[in-house]
Structure formats: C-alpha cells, structure tokens
Design a protein around this ligand. Sequence first.
Ligand code: PGA
Length: 250
Amino acid sequence: MRKPIIAANWKMYKTQKEAVDFLESLAASSLKEDREVWIAPPFTAISALSSTEKKAKISLKIGAQTISEHTEGAFTGEISARMAVEAGAQFVIIGHSERRQIFHETNAQIRKKTEKALEQSLIPMLCVGETEGERSLGQTNSVLKKQLEEALHGFSSPSIQSLVIAYEPVWAIGTGKVATPELANEAHHYVRKVLADLFGLEVAKEIRILYGGSVKPEFIKDLMDERDIDGALVGGASLNPDSFLKIINY
Ligand code: PGA
C-alpha cells in the first residue's frame, strides 16, 4: 500500500512569518490521517516551520526545493544537503522543471543532487515531465525514460527505497491546464515501468509517484482515483491554507 502524499511547493513565496502563520492555521484544522502532508517552503522558512510543526503537534514533513550538487565549497549562494537537513528538511525537490528551464539544470546535475540527498538521508523527490512540444511530437515516454535513467543510474535498489517521483508535465505547471486523470495515469504507469526496469518490480511498486501541474481542489479527487497516482505536488493552490486544506482532505 502506497500512502498518499499531498505536497506543497511554495516556490519563491512566503516569508518566514507568513509560512509560520500558514502552518498555524493548517494545524488548527482537522486533517485526514490516511495521507501524508509535505511542505517545501523557501530555505529561509525551513527551520521556523520545523519548530512550529513540533510545537503545534501537526505531523508533516518539511523539505527544501533544491540543494547543491556539491558537498561544500566555494559555491556562493548554494545550500548543501547537510545544511538543509540541519535546518529541519526531511525531503528535497530535485529537478523541478523551473530549475531545469530557468537555471539550466541537467540530468547529470540532478543525479549528483540525488546522490547528495541520499548521503544525508534526505528523501529525494525527483521531478520529471515533458514539454508541450515534446508531447505533440509523441516524445513523452522517451523524455520520461531519459530523465529517469540519467538521474537514477548507478543507484542500488536499497539505496533509493525512499525515492518519490513527481510527474509534472511542463505544459500543466502554473497554466491552469491540468492533465486529465487518464492521461496523467498513463504517464505514471509508464514511469513505474521504467522504475521497474531500473530497480525491479517490487521496489517500483513501493515508490510513490505524485502528479503535479495546476492541481486544484476541484480536480484532486478524480486524479487520486487513478491507480498509479499516489499524491500531488501542488504549487499555486498550496499557497492558500483553505485551498490546500481542501486538497489534503479530498
Ligand atoms: P502549479 O505548480 O500547481 O502552480 O501548477 C506545480 C509545481 O510547479 O510543482
């Protein structure tokens, strides 16, 4: 049984105080217990959120939105896996399409970041997904396969056991164009097949694959009804406690 994860990617939104206010308001609501809630705030709010979480006795995982591919060194502006963990991060989003497109992150860098995360027992949440152009050319599966194989080659099955995948079609992110549940499930099913080829069927069956891209309270239930969809990575609709709560309690 794969326990669903509803995850928030706050991108470059919310100061430390805004993040704490959000969490306090979420903690005052009742959350269904048969699912996990994960939040990736900006780095500056990780530590405050993880202490608020402990005080408020709400159970969730706090994570980072990226980490450096290096252990430490002269890399101005970067944050290492070890620093993120010390601040309170339990997972890290790796290879988000905004990192790939705006910051030109390559699959090779994404692989190194995954390695750094695993070295520090940070759960990697690896994002994959095709652009609109790639989909229209019928390249969705080959793009997903390449992203997964290049990011994950060389890891042993036991070492990647904590891995979470987020399938986020680039054309659906922040656009309001959510993938249909059937189309999303088809991609998830394919991702699981590639994972099975890499790590074996038993491991692939345990890996949670989240859907991301314009998830809103009105779409979540239909997405979650699909067999291979194990949760959601939510951007815009996770910034407001009411809409995020509706998504959590779908
Ligand atoms: P969105 O973002 O929900 O605003 O489309 C999702 C994401 O970028 O992870």
